[in-house]
Structures are given as C-alpha cells and as structure tokens.
Design a protein around this ligand. Sequence first.
Ligand SMILES: [Zn+2]
Length: 131
Amino acid sequence: MSIESLIIKHAELADLKRELKAKGSEEIGLCSNRNRTEINGFPGIFFNDGPSCVDSVFEGFKDAMNEASEFGDQVFFEDAWSDSVAEGEVCQHCQNVRELKRRRVKASSDLGQIRGAITRVGRRLSREKSE
Ligand SMILES: [Zn+2]
C-alpha cells in the first residue's frame, strides 16, 4: 500500500471509529428498559437514568460468575448475552449497541495495523534520509 493510501485509510478508519462511538452513545440513550424505569414505584414517571439492558445483563453475569467460581466453574459473558437476547430481555437498541461495539473494536484493530504500517514506512524514509 502506498503511503498516500495508508494515510487515507487511517483517516477513514479514525472517522469510522468516531462515528460508531457516537452511534453507540445515541443507541444506549434510546434503550427502552432504561427509559421505562419507574421512580418510587410510580409507573408513568419516566427518567432515562435507569440501567440499560446491557447493564442488567452484566449485573446478572457478575452474579452468575460469583456463583460459578464457588464451584470452580466458568461462565462467559457471550453466553449470558445470548441467553438474555433469546429471552427477549434485551431491547433492539441495546442489541445495536453491542453490534456497534463489535464493529468499533474491529475498526480499532484495523487502525492499529495501519498505524504500524505507517510507522514502518516512516522508519524506512528516515533511514533513507540519513544515508
Ligand atoms: Zn436496552
């Protein structure tokens, strides 16, 4: 890859990462469980500060992990997540959050590779310059 295409790819991935992060924050704010939380047991009063589905799954997972560790077992978040999704406990927004996060992690790792490649080109150019 030419240095120009590396720089272009770097900019594209950096933007993609930023975009995915923004979309993720937007989606988590739309979580239907979070927005359904009642205040002092009064239904109909909403605030959007309750736990999201992601938070709830994580809480359940932590409990399961503590229990499992007593028996020397292992539990995996991925399993807890799929179970909760299958049980219909995770709203579409939170499912989107997880998908966006997956794509962001991928973009991050691609970005790291591009940075590595740019660094290698930089080193080569630096050597050539000092020769
Ligand atoms: Zn949700």
